[in-house]
Design a protein around this ligand. Structure first.
Ligand SMILES: [Zn+2]
Length: 492
């Protein structure tokens, strides 16, 4: 038996400036996919491969292109990689017993609002509808119901932080193996309650998202159920299929599948206010920094300052305020500014530098911060990630500088990344416990490590690209009936 494994992944924020082109994707092919992913516990592809091996099924990895998060993807990225996947499938047409795809679900290209659906359709054109095609997807996927006409079944991460990406790949692989062994006959259902959740409130360690996850697990354990997912959607994509989706896969029982998605959809709708607005614990940058400094004076562990609205890793609202308010022992890791890093490299370790740092991405990024600091370290480090989301994977932030600017330990990088584990601090010789305040621009992923590291999490809402209130975002392609966006439209 032969199962093809392939994928494309990108989380597209359509309002960000610029485009994500071919150079924004890293690509692996064939055995390279196995080599890079097989030993990584939180890789969907890796676990798909391992699960097939265990069942004595031959897994044949074809192409995997991953682009992280960023602005709208160019059409040629889709043409290139979807084209390559389909060409590879054609080369062995008639030999495939099943297809496993690892996709994101919130990718958007210049002319394709739902490229994942297009890809599955293109795959079906090659392999037909007689064999199973199963898909793993990100919890933040924006899904159109038509995906269930093309895919035999779909499987979403159930955790944000995404510590279960590998497990999701395993669920998809087990399900396809069961179908091929004639043990199950999957039927699917989806319900979209018409609701947009900003990423900040999709943290499944916090209510109400944690309650929804618990209900998903409860349904998942019922007899006759193959799998249940709840997709929180990606609020910053202006697409017709925007919003949350409940999905159930049952063993030949359409009524049960319908009941499950109805229940999950109703549950999400009943929590719509806190899912879109939180619990009233958002601070302005000025208030949040002041509170962090005050709490940090007596705290036993660092205070985590969450600047959730930055999607470009270079906005300066929080850094400026930390310096202005004289914060001490504050860590600001992973500020993206390759030009400032070069200034530090030219000056050398131990030198004093005068920098205008950050805010390269657009005029919404807060403007560069002028500061004077000492270069503590500069260089390019490569390491293997130790955090729960990317454990075992290679990491580099490109040429990186660490500058001590008054009370702020500032790490400036040449590649964009957000702080989701302790590595960007500890691989560079510092310790998370050295600091009273640690800034992160992650949305939920930092929680896998920093809920434990930190004594408190203070969320600030800076005027950046992804403010917490989604109705401040401009949508042109979203149909009526999506809370809270259409409510706002009705008022105008
Ligand atoms: Zn996600």
């Amino acid at each position: 038996m032969q199962i093809a494994i392939a994928g494309i992944s990108h989380e597209t924020q359509t309002s960000l400036p610029g485009k994500t082109d071919l150079n924004g994707f890293s690509v692996s092919r064939c055995k390279q996919i196995t080599r890079r992913n097989r030993a990584r516990p939180n890789s969907a592809l890796g676990r798909m491969i391992v699960e097939c091996e265990k069942a004595g099924v031959e897994a044949i990895p074809l192409v995997y292109a991953s682009g992280g998060m960023g602005p709208t993807v160019t059409d040629r990225v889709y043409d290139c990689y979807a084209g390559e996947i389909c060409e590879e499938l054609k080369r062995r047409a008639g030999e495939w017993d099943g297809i496993l795809l690892a996709l994101h679900g919130a990718m958007v290209t210049e002319s394709r609002p739902d490229p994942e659906l297009d890809l599955i359709r293109d795959v079906r054109k090659v392999v037909g509808y007689e064999i199973p095609v199963m898909v793993s997807l990100d919890l933040h996927a924006n899904l159109a119901p038509e995906i269930l006409e093309e895919a035999t079944a779909i499987f979403g991460y159930r955790c944000s932080p995404h510590i279960d990406v590998g497990e999701t790949g395993q669920r998809a692989a087990r399900a396809i193996i069961d179908v091929l062994a004639d043990r199950t006959r999957p039927v699917t259902a989806m319900k979209k309650p018409g609701l947009v959740v900003p990423s900040l409130y999709s943290a499944t360690t916090q209510p109400p998202a944690s309650d929804i996850r618990a209900r998903v697990l409860e349904w998942n354990s019922r007899p006759g159920v193959i799998d249940v997912s709840f997709f929180f959607g990606f609020a910053w994509s202006d697409v017709p299929q925007l919003g949350v989706s409940a999905v159930a896969v049952t063993d030949g029982d359409p009524n049960l599948a319908a009941r499950i998605v109805e229940d999950l959809s109703d549950m999400a709708w009943s929590h719509r206010v806190s899912l879109t607005q939180g619990h009233g614990d958002l601070y302005s940058v000025e208030e949040g920094v002041s509170l962090a400094i005050e709490k940090g004076r007596t705290a036993q562990k660092p205070i985590i300052l969450l600047d959730h609205a930055d999607r470009m890793q270079d906005t300066t609202f929080v850094l400026r305020e930390l310096l202005k308010q004289g914060a001490e022992d504050a860590a600001h890791p992973l500020l993206y500014d390759p030009e400032a890093v070069k200034v530090c490299e030219e000056a050398g370790i131990g030198s004093q530098v005068r920098l205008a740092v950050g805010s390269r991405s657009s005029d919404r990024a807060g403007g560069p911060v002028n500061l004077v600091g000492t270069v503590k370290w500069v260089g390019e480090k490569q390491y293997i990630a130790t955090g729960p989301m990317s454990r075992g994977g290679p990491v580099t932030h490109g040429l990186t500088a660490i500058v001590q600017a008054e009370g702020v330990w500032l790490q400036i990088t040449s590649r964009r990344a957000s702080l989701i584990d302790a590595d960007p601090i500890e691989q560079y010789g510092a310790n998370v416990d050295d600091f009273r305040i640690i800034v992160t621009k992650s949305k939920t992923h930092f929680r896998a490590v920093y809920e434990e590291v930190g004594e408190a999490i203070i969320v600030v809402d800076a005027p950046e690209y992804s403010p917490a209130e989604v109705s401040r975002h401009i949508y042109e392609n979203v149909p009526p009936g999506v809370y809270p966006i259409t409510e706002r439209c009705c008022c105008h």
